[in-house]
Every structure is written in structure tokens, then in C-alpha cells.
Write a protein that binds this ligand. Sequence first.
Ligand code: NAD
Length: 290
Amino acid sequence: MKILISDAFDPSLSERLTKFGEVFDDKGRLSEAEAVLVRSKTKCTKEYIDSAPDLKLIIRGGVGIDNIDVEYAKSKGIEVRNTPTASSVAVAEVAMALMLAVPNRLPFGHEGMVKGDWRKKQIKRTELFKKTLGLIGIGRIATEVAIRASAFGMKVIAYDKYVDSSQHAEMATLDEVIAGADYISLHTPLTDETKGMLNKDTIAKMKDGAVIINTGRGKCVVEEDVAAALESGKLSGYGTDVWYSDPPENTPISSAPNTVMLPHIGASSKENLLRIGDICVEIFEEFTAK
Ligand code: NAD
């Protein structure tokens, strides 16, 4: 089997896959590939798929498969697999990191220290303790966030259109989460229903000074509306790992106040890349045993 590793995986994966065939990372050889491994960067569009006539398997190392035209791949008899269980802890830790960085103004304090500017008086911290965290989506990642937030003494409520109970959060309606939370953390996939779900209308119903944390998908929020709410002070912070595109182009978030911005690193921990690699090997074992 000819296997193209198109994005960044753990360096050991290439060697581990050699038992299934020839492994290469030269994207110019896409036309020869029978299996392609992607993360977020490679977009498996119709054109991409048509450029690989021998393709039988696409593996997305990660959770969301919105960078793959799954319908079209399936219509061509190509199997599409992902590694949904691997990344939960890695992404939850980044959500917690953002949730701590925003109210403690870590980038602002750090930048001051680098410049020799002692910003002690300018930083008015707030605590997570006794605040309400509202989760939108209570799947694998959100559950790990709920466990960690509870350990910080937060009250955790959650809305999920398709899940009605959780051991780790009190279930609520979307309106209750929007209106009742001090921190709103997004954990849904990007779908027609979730696209732009945090916008000027939903933000208007939030508590004054609410904070949005986004490790779900950039397009689940309307960035212009988030930026305007940060400018007006309606939102006191936005911590995000995800963008309309990777990297973002002309995003209003980059010039808005009180943001903490990361370059989509939620799944990129060393440990997670190893877990993703393990699951990729299992997928190849299953696929080649058929
Ligand atoms: P999951 O499938 O376990 O959980 C997603 C939850 O969202 C489900 O419980 C589902 O019922 C709920 N949901 C779907 N549509 C909804 C709607 N309209 N309203 C409310 N809830 C809805 O997935 P997960 O592993 O927890 O991952 C969640 C998302 O996190 C992924 O889809 C992906 O977009 C994102 N993600 C980001 C990174 C990163 O690097 N930042 C890494 C992995 C995943």
C-alpha cells in the first residue's frame, strides 16, 4: 500500500506504518497514494480526492472531519476514519489554560515583564472559584473540561441538543447557559446548526462581562460580533484556539481587547500525537485485514 502522510504526526508514525507499505510525505506524490493521513491543514476537497485515483482510505488524525468532503469520498468508495477518542484530554487542558489565562491577564502581564513595564496595578484579576461555567456541547472534550472546572470550584452547567444527561454537569437549555454563565465554553462540531451560534443576538443575552472560550470551531462564533462585544466591554474576554481559517486572515479578533489567541494547538500535545499514532496503526491493521 502507498501511504502519504500529508500533515504533522508524531515522527515515529512513518516508521510504524512501513509494515503496511511504502510511506512518504511528498505531497507531490498524491496521485500515487492509496491511503492519506491528514490532520487540519490538508483539505480533502473533491479536487484533492480526484487527484488521487487509487485512494482507498483517508485517516484524519483528530476529531472534526470538516476538512474532508466525506460524502464525495464515500461516493468514490473511499473509507474515511478519524481518531475521536484520542484528543479529549489534550483539548480540555487547552480550554482550561485559556480559561485561566483570560481572567488572570497572563499575556498582558507577561508582555509587560518583557518590556520592563510593571503592570501590577493595571491587572485586576478575577477567580474561577464559584463562577458558573456553561458548556455548549457535552461530549468527550467538554466532559473532561467539566471534571477539571469542578475541581476549580466552578458550577458547571451544559446544553447539548443531542445529549440529555451528564454525570459532570447540570443540564440546561441553551438560553439558560447563555444567560447564566460567567464563562461559556464551546465544544460542538461545526454544523449548519452550530455555525455562528454565538453572535450579536446571543451575546446580548449573556451576563455583562461574560467570557467566551472557544476550542470547538472558529465558525461557531461570529468573529465580528465577538470583537464588537469585547470593544464595548459586554464581553470581558475571548480565549480561542480556533479560527475561520488556519491561519486566520484579517480576523477582527487580533485587534480586539482582552483576547488570548492560540494557533489551533488543542490536539497538538506530544502525548496526544502518540495516541493518535496508535489509533492510526490500529485502523491500518483493521483495514488491511479485510
Ligand atoms: P463529541 O462528538 O464527543 O462532542 C460533541 C458534542 O456536541 C456532542 O455531545 C453533540 O451532541 C454536541 N452537539 C452537536 N450539535 C450540537 C448542537 N447543535 N447544539 C448543542 N450541542 C451539539 O466531540 P468532542 O471530541 O468532544 O469534540 C468536540 C469538537 O471539538 C469537535 O467537533 C471539534 O470541532 C473540536 N475539536 C477541537 C480541537 C482543537 O484542536 N481545538 C481538537 C479536537 C476537537
